[in-house]
Ligand binder design. Structure first.
Ligand code: PEP
Ligand code: MN
Length: 276
């Protein structure tokens, strides 16, 4: 069996039209570009509320923020965990923005299914097949990030794990892959957007923050992602990147996010992408 045949539910061969994933009154994969923005991790009530209000004001449609953080090092900030989740809910209440946050273990699924609008599976868990299968049994949109060293086929196969259990609401995310290049954290595979959209009907978003790992590359790469036809972008934004508990070096300040959103609006106009 070749790779083309081993994923079925995510395959464009069997589902020609783009899938549109409904998240409350918003949709990902349709006309409108999805913009997910917020800090790498939730750090305090003041931090997440301030950022949520700012990114909303500047045009984000979704709020991101890690409550449970995976770390390559065990000494890295692990997140505020359930307290962080509560703060995200508070930020949603205050702004109306749906919340996107990462799940790390099966035992949190019930809680996340209740509290979270889009459940993120991080790059490090893209091949946690037990987690994927269990997420397939709930009815919440899943944002599945590409593994650090995973091929496009493997990403689609992981999506298949979720979909084959019944949950068809999967959004894929290109977030850079490991190559021989060390200047950037990862190499943003912009062509993956095109390849995935050819192979699959699922929406694809791009996370330039984790791809580049350098704040000054984030806005230009985000614009490239929109230009190439991504269904959305996910951007790390922090009000005080130097003091951020994680990923400050790749976080942009709210003002820069605002400027990015203005440029994105221009690109959308030029490309005649709907939305606003
Ligand atoms: C994140 O989005 O905060 C994150 C940890 O990303 P990734 O899983 O892509 O490294
Ligand atoms: Mn991060």
């Amino acid at each position: 069996m070749n790779a083309q045949q081993s994923y079925k539910l995510s395959n464009r061969l069997y589902h020609m039209d783009n899938s549109v994933i409904q998240v409350g009154d918003k949709a990902i994969g349709g006309e409108e570009l999805a913009v997910i923005a917020g800090p790498c991790s939730v750090e305090s009530e003041d931090q997440i509320l301030e950022l949520a209000k700012k990114v909303k004001e500047y045009g984000a449609g979704f709020l991101r923020g890690g409550a449970f953080k995976p770390g390559t090092s065990p000494y890295r900030f692990g997140g505020m965990r359930l307290e962080g989740l509560e703060l995200l809910k508070l930020a949603r209440e205050e702004t109306g923005l749906p919340i996107v946050t990462e799940i790390m273990s099966v035992d949190m699924i019930e809680r996340f299914a209740e509290d979270v609008d889009i459940i993120q599976v991080g790059a490090r868990n893209m091949k946690n097949f037990k987690l994927l299968r269990e997420l397939g049994r709930i009815r919440k949109p899943i944002l599945l990030k590409r593994g650090l060293s995973s091929t496009i086929d493997e990403l689609l196969m992981s999506a298949e794990y979720i979909m084959s259990e019944g949950n068809r609401s999967v959004i894929l995310c290109e977030r850079g892959i490991r190559t021989f290049e060390t200047y950037t954290s990862n190499t943003l595979d912009i062509s993956a957007v095109l390849a995935i959209k050819k192979l699959s009907h699922l929406p694809v978003i791009v996370d330039p923050s984790h791809a580049a790992g350098l704040w000054w590359m984030v806005a230009p790469l985000a614009k490239a992602a929109v230009a190439v036809g991504a269904d959305g972008i996910m951007i790390e934004v922090h009000n005080d990147p130097v003091c951020a508990k994680c990923d400050g070096q790749q976080s942009i300040k709210p003002e820069r996010f605002m400027a990015l959103m203005e440029d994105v609006a221009e690109i959308k106009r030029f490309l005649r992408i709907g939305g606003d």
